[in-house]
Design a protein around this ligand. Structure first.
Ligand SMILES: [Zn+2]
Length: 119
């Protein structure tokens, strides 16, 4: 868990680096972005959760990944990967028509659970 001072140092470094690299108006805009990341609060009153978000955006852009998809094959709980056509590595050789069938089954199952919950 990062200590508060570490994060503040990071913020300071970030601002310092920006100041030396970019023109003043850009710095102002960046500072506004930083402040808005803290919900309008000054960095002195920063919260660790917001600081973590800031730190990750400073250190490197966080890769946005979609939610984890699971392989649609029944009984298989491996993760599906886009490179395999959204099935797991074990089932990547299954014919597309099979996969499609499994997918539809899964969707129907989900729908059923939903309506059961609603009722
Ligand atoms: Zn699988």
């Amino acid at each position: 868990m990062p200590r508060r001072t570490d994060v503040q140092d990071l913020v300071q470094q970030f601002v310092d680096r920006l100041s030396s690299l970019i023109e003043q108006d850009t710095v102002t805009r960046a500072r506004e972005a930083v402040l808005s990341a803290f919900g309008g609060r000054a960095p002195a009153g920063l919260q660790l959760r917001g600081a973590g978000k800031l730190a990750s955006s400073v250190v490197g852009r966080k890769r946005r990944k979609g939610p984890i998809q699971l392989c649609p094959v029944p009984g298989c709980s491996n993760r599906a990967a886009p490179v395999f056509g959204m099935v797991c590595s074990k089932h990547k050789d299954l014919p597309k028509s099979e996969i499609k069938k499994y997918r539809e089954q899964r969707r129907a199952q989900k729908q059923k659970e939903k309506t059961k919950k609603a009722a």
